[in-house]
Design a protein around this ligand. Structure first.
Ligand code: TGC
Ligand code: FAD
Length: 387
């Protein structure tokens, strides 16, 4: 076999030398440091905190930001490849990097003052300050404009009341980027751990993203200085702009999860002898695996072109919605089909398929559900807002 089964169209040949080097180094990290431990982390419901310093040393936190803020000044295709290779390990680790980079460092960089950038970004890039992003509230995450969290000006400070739900990294975060209604529209605030009235509760009993820490945030008359308000954006476009960054990376991540599942099932079906021949020698198994490769290949090309558009400053949110929808759907279907091809062996975390399938239930839900992204594309096509 001369083609790479996980890159049938030789997408690697479309990458620059730097992009290939980034992909190779993150792939090595995933193989050597993530895969040996991640099944146990998932079983135990633990995020592998011990990997944070290594991820930071590799320059994966705020990777696209300029070096003066601790970033690695990488292009967006490199960032996508980082997400892909991390999610080949586990969606939880990719989530950690997405939230830290796209949802926390990005708004400080894009909407913060120079003082705020210097105050937080270098320590965040070094993994010394961990962030979380509070937009969703319990009464309806798809409709963030309906948020009830409110910030009221009081002298040179703000008083924040409300709550946020389903917040990645919350239980271990040093700062929370919190979006709240104000007299002047929705604004973003950096709330530091330990601020009186600010509490965090871990969400337990998750069957998905078990190797990621998720929590709820509560604000009871939390007093925040005006110096912690992000001054350069007002309105829903602030948080939605962050989501566009994160969703872009998330289009790449599920490609890695799907590749991991296909790799596992290719090996398994060659070894598994049923009715006197390997399962891989049956027509139905080959058709299923060929179809997985077809969908993975299409998703790789979609994300690569999206990345090139982003690098050229031409990427539109609707294009991100199409790829987030397509690639999450592709990966969750493949993970479920791989679980099936593994038979009973597929129901334990000794194999990766069920872990990826369960994780992808979150990935297809967060950062805009599949329905939300379908309606964004439908609105673009028809010009009619169906929300
Ligand atoms: P609309 O009221 O029309 O627009 C408001 C303003 O925002 C602008 N805008 C965007 N800007 C940047 N990127 C986007 N994707 C944008 N979409 C809209 C828009 O131009 C407008 O600007 P202006 O200047 O006119 O005020 O809002 P809409 O109708 O477009 O939005 C509706 C809808 C449903 C698409 C939106 O509310 C939505 O996306 N809902 C889903 C919410 C969501 O995805 N939440 C995710 C929370 S964070 C998370 O899940 C993290 S998980 C992380 C992990 O663990 O990896
Ligand atoms: P709802 O919005 O209540 O949606 C329920 C159902 O209604 C869905 O099927 C949806 O598709 C459907 N629906 C919505 N609108 C329509 C419509 N117009 N027509 C038809 N159907 C519709 N949020 C953060 O802010 N920060 C985080 O770090 C974060 N991390 C997360 C981590 C995990 C593990 C999970 C599971 C979620 C996380 N979220 C986070 C929240 C996530 O963004 C929301 O779960 C998501 O936006 C959906 O909101 P919801 O759960 O309230 O569902």
């Amino acid at each position: 076999m001369s083609l790479n089964p996980f890159d049938l169209y030789d997408v690697a040949s479309l990458l620059t030398e730097e992009e290939r080097a980034v992909q190779e180094s993150v792939a090595r990290f995933t193989n050597e440091r993530v895969l040996p431990i991640i099944g146990d982390c998932f079983d135990q419901g633990q995020f592998p905190k011990e990997l944070i310093s290594e991820v930071a040393e590799m320059g994966l936190l705020g990777a696209t930001l300029p070096e003066q803020y601790g970033g690695s000044n990488l292009g967006y295709v490199s960032y996508g490849l980082i997400c892909q290779e991390l999610e080949r390990g586990d969606s939880g680790l990719r989530s950690f990097v997405s939230v830290q980079s796209s949802l926390c460092m990005y708004p400080i960089y894009a909407y913060g003052s120079e003082e705020q950038r210097m105050r937080w970004l270098p320590d965040m890039a070094a993994g010394k300050v961990i962030g979380c992003f509070g937009l969703t509230e319990s009464h309806g995450g798809s409709d963030p404009a309906s948020m009830k969290t409110r910030a009221t000006k009081d002298g040179d400070a703000w008083v924040i009341n409300g709550s946020k739900m389903w917040i990645t990294n919350a239980p271990m975060a040093d700062i929370a980027i919190v979006w709240a209604h104000t007299e002047d529209g929705i604004q973003g605030f950096v709330i530091e751990k330990g601020t009186p009235g600010f509490t965090v509760q871990e969400i337990k009993k998750k069957m998905s993203l078990r190797a990621s820490a998720t929590g709820a945030l509560f604000f009871d008359n939390v007093r925040v200085p005006d110096a912690n308000r992000l001054p350069n954006v007002k309105g829903l476009k602030g948080p939605l702009g962050c989501l566009t960054q994160a969703r872009y990376g998330i289009t790449w991540g599920p490609i890695g999860a799907a590749q991991a599942c296909l790799e596992e099932v290719l090996a398994y079906t060659k070894e598994r002898i049923l009715f006197g021949r390997p399962v891989a020698a049956t027509q139905s198994a080959q058709i299923k695996m060929a179809d997985m490769a077809r969908r993975i290949t299409a998703s790789q090309l979609l994300s690569l072109q999206l990345g090139r558009l982003k690098e050229a400053g031409k990427m539109e949110p609707t294009q991100v919605s199409l790829a987030k929808w397509n690639n999450c759907r592709m990966a969750i279907d493949i993970a479920r089909e791989c679980r099936d091809l593994l038979g009973g062996a597929g129901i334990t975390t000794e194999h990766a398929a069920i872990r990826h399938a369960l994780n992808l239930e979150s990935v297809i839900t967060y950062e805009g559900t599949e329905t939300v992204h379908q309606l964004v594309v439908g609105r673009e096509l028809t010009g009619i807002n169906a929300f």
